[in-house]
Design a protein around this ligand. Structure first.
Ligand code: UDP
Length: 235
């Protein structure tokens, strides 16, 4: 395997499958199966899960909810997704721990870096939820932050598209995909992969990001094996 320790970022929207809201049980079970494949090959796996399928702070605040309150609602949404993913993983026999950046101790462990690393060393998948625990951040920022903290080799951003294009491939049929890009290229070309805070943190810490299509069976394994799919952003 090409990577020993990975941080997989899954957006909340990815869990919706064909639905327009919430969690599609079939999709989450498929993801659990995909994760199991790399788990079986001894990859150490940390996951940061988003919450956009349930609640997003920005849209809440546009409807009159105080922004900070709305962001806490968004963070709690990621805990719901984390619990669902934990359950799906355990159903396929993958031992998992859920850690939260906001304390909800009856439900999950609080985030403790050393504990998280210990779980990884003991071959448990660790799911980080509640983002960074702070309003005005995103789960992409949480993904980079946790990846840097636990010394992950790479951030794997699983999406619905198969990489980074020069235009939105869902709208422009002529859009061209990049196989690899430098952090500088991404900035120069004005490409949007993650929000600026997350992207800068990754660049400053020289942490590569691979954007790939998580919805194609076997892709996660291929990426971890080092096959050239998706788009890699590196120095
Ligand atoms: N959020 C936050 N701080 C964080 C991470 C998330 O306030 O560190 C809130 C924010 O309101 C965000 C919501 O949680 O809209 C859900 O996360 P995100 O939108 O990143 O989820 P995704 O787009 O990955 O589904």
């Amino acid at each position: 395997m090409n990577f020993k320790r990975i941080l997989l970022k899954l957006s909340g929207e990815a869990l919706m499958g064909e639905r327009s809201y919430g969690i599609d049980p079939e999709r989450i079970n498929e993801y659990a199966e995909e994760i199991k494949q790399i788990y079986n090959q001894k990859t150490e796996i940390a996951i940061v899960i988003g919450g956009g399928n349930i609640f997003r702070g920005v849209s809440g605040s546009s409807q009159g909810i105080d922004r900070v309150q709305a962001d806490y609602m968004g963070m709690l949404a990621t805990v719901i997704n984390g619990l669902a993913l934990q359950s799906a993983l355990e159903n396929v026999g993958v031992p998992t721990r859920l850690q939260t950046a906001l304390k909800i101790e009856a439900v999950a462990e609080p985030y403790i870096k050393r504990k998280a690393v210990r779980h990884l060393e003991k071959n448990r998948v660790v799911i980080f939820s509640a983002g960074t625990g702070n309003p005005f951040f995103t789960t992409d920022s949480a993904a980079v932050l946790r990846a840097v903290e636990i010394n992950a080799d790479v951030i794997l951003k699983g999406t619905r598209v198969d990489g980074i294009y020069n235009d939105d491939p869902e709208k422009n049929k002529e859009a061209v995909k990049f196989d690899s890009l430098s952090f500088e290229d991404v900035l120069k070309k004005g490409l949007k992969i993650m929000d600026t805070t997350a992207f800068t943190l990754s660049q400053e810490n020289k942490l590569p990001i691979i954007v790939f299509d998580m919805n194609t069976k076997g892709n996660l394994t291929r990426v971890v094996r080092g096959e050239n799919i998706g788009t890699k952003v590196d120095l």
